[in-house]
Ligand binder design. Structure first.
Ligand code: ZN
Length: 504
């Protein structure tokens, strides 16, 4: 077949997959927000239909033919088509290496394990969950054997799972990254715990009605540059960002009447995700490259707006007066410095999802180290609760009296999602790395103080947003900065910021 026609047909085929995906995102948003309970059964059927169609198209003989016919011509293709090939090849391999009966067996096991985990956590009974966790690990190990050809040279089987969630990441890369972080963060956390400097955040934990908080959400979205003409703010228990493509990117938030920071930072976080999606290049917006490239890079954008901008003193200097114009009188005497300190209060805690910017990565490191041991056969399931607590004691100086708040706290293992956790630490690290390079070209603090976020977003769009999924995370970083993920920037950022906040 002529190459030109082959590429046209391939692109048309891939665009159909993207369209089904877009329909799925609208069904998903609808289900989480306004869809009536009575429609649940049909909704599940519709979602199942589209999900299956996507799976069939990604793993079809037609796709197989496209991939094998394009393979000899990769160097002749433009970069977008080459990227589509990469994404489709990954999807095809993922969907075909494991026999369908194994996929079904695993789905069944996951569903059972999920129910058991919920109950085990309620009952604080790890022994009820342990046999299911064992079976999930055993099945995942079987999958690793079937996927052995994906293992990078000189790597280990667990690398394959790491790359599932952040393409190209390996144990070696994570080891290097986490070692740099640990060396700085573990002693810093201990010094802060022993320090006499205490931060008072009590004044932000007072009652603010939800209507007022909605006004704050709109203020933040408008100021930070989330285009509401192509967006929407909904309300759900678990905030998220989704949307079919750049002309329709929606976010949600959760309001807590006694804690304004909950939705304040939730909004900034989701706006970061949404701004990324809204700024993808028009050429690729409507195909499978039209969304962020990886979980780590996506999270770097949310963390940039939430933490690098939103938890900085310049941001509070900029936003305090506008905010106080909306907030009740009880906030009248609050200064930018007080807000800044309150939003950066750091304390070692047991629960990952409640952790602050400084201690968060330690929760992630613990999970990564444990998963590594599981897949290297260095720890047995029955010993996980003790290993968990020992590591919490070592890194954070706390240990949980219950397994419910310890090894059972996260849903991920019950879903068989091994390799997922480490990506949670990437976002902040990439964000700090981006800040380092951004500062070489402009005075970021000065821009934040003046509220000129459009200049920051323009820089991020040029380096990151416009490319969608055209490049893998490693390619994207390498192309822009001549280096891949480097934990040093985040370690330094944390040391500078929290060292001065706590005078240590
Ligand atoms: Zn996020």
């Amino acid at each position: 077949m002529q190459l030109e026609k082959l590429v046209t047909d391939f692109k048309a085929y891939v665009e159909r997959i993207a369209m089904y995906g877009q329909a799925m995102s609208i069904i998903g948003f609808d289900a989480e927000t306004v869809a009536p309970a009575g429609g649940m059964a049909m909704r599940a059927k519709r979602a199942g239909f589209f999900g299956l169609e996507i799976f069939k198209m990604r793993t079809s003989d037609e796709m197989k033919n496209f991939l094998s016919e394009l393979a000899p011509h990769l160097q002749e293709l433009d970069k977008e088509t080459r990227a589509m090939y990469r994404v489709c090849k990954k999807g095809y391999d993922e969907g075909t290496k494991i026999p369908p009966e194994k996929v079904r067996e695993f789905a069944q096991l996951r569903s059972e394990a999920g129910d058991i985990w919920v109950q085990a956590r309620k009952d604080n009974d790890f022994s009820a969950f342990a046999p299911y966790l064992q079976r999930l690990i055993d099945m995942k190990k079987e999958f690793l054997v079937l996927r052995a050809d994906e293992m990078p040279e000189g790597g280990v089987p667990y690398d394959i799972f790491l790359s599932d969630f952040e393409e190209g990441m390996t144990v070696t890369m994570y080891n290097d990254f986490f070692d740099k972080l640990k060396a700085v963060v573990v002693p810093l956390v201990k010094k802060i715990a022993a320090s006499d400097t205490k931060i008072d955040s009590g004044f932000v934990e007072t009652f603010v009605d939800i209507d007022t908080q909605r006004k704050i959400s709109d203020l933040l979205a408008n100021k930070i540059g989330y285009d509401l003409n192509r967006g929407h703010i909904g309300e759900t228990a678990h905030p998220f960002c989704t949307g079919p493509e750049k002309s329709d990117v929606r976010i949600t938030t959760r309001y807590d009447e006694n804690a304004i920071f909950s939705s304040f930072y939730g909004i900034l976080h989701e706006c970061g995700h949404a701004i990324y999606e809204q700024n993808v290049n028009d050429d690729i917006a409507n195909n499978i490259l039209g969304s962020g490239t990886s979980m780590g890079i996506h999270e770097s954008q949310s963390r940039f707006y939430e933490n690098i901008i939103g938890r900085s003193l310049p941001f509070w200097q900029y936003i305090s007066d506008d905010l106080k114009g909306i907030l009740p009188d009880s906030f009248k005497s609050a200064t930018p410095q007080m807000f800044f300190e309150a939003c950066n209060k750091s304390e070692p805690s047991l629960i990952r999802v409640e952790a602050d910017e400084l201690t968060y990565s330690l929760h992630v490191i613990i999970r990564f180290e444990i998963e590594k041991m599981i897949f290297a056969g260095e720890v047995e399931v029955k010993d996980l609760p003790k290993l968990w607590n020992d590591k919490y004691q070592e890194y954070l100086g706390v240990s949980s009296p219950t397994d419910a708040d310890g090894v059972l706290q996260d849903i991920h293992w019950s879903m068989g999602a091994f390799g997922y956790f480490p990506t949670y630490a990437l976002g902040s690290a990439y964000a700090a790395q981006l800040l380092h390079y951004m500062n070489k070209e402009m005075d970021v603090d000065a821009l934040i103080t003046k509220g000129e976020f459009d200049k920051i977003t323009a820089w991020l769009t040029e380096k990151i947003h416009q490319h969608g999924s055209t490049y893998t995370p490693n390619e994207l970083m390498e192309m822009n900065f001549g280096e891949q993920l480097n934990g040093e920037y985040f370690a330094k950022y944390l040391n500078d910021k929290f060292g001065s906040l706590y005078n240590v």
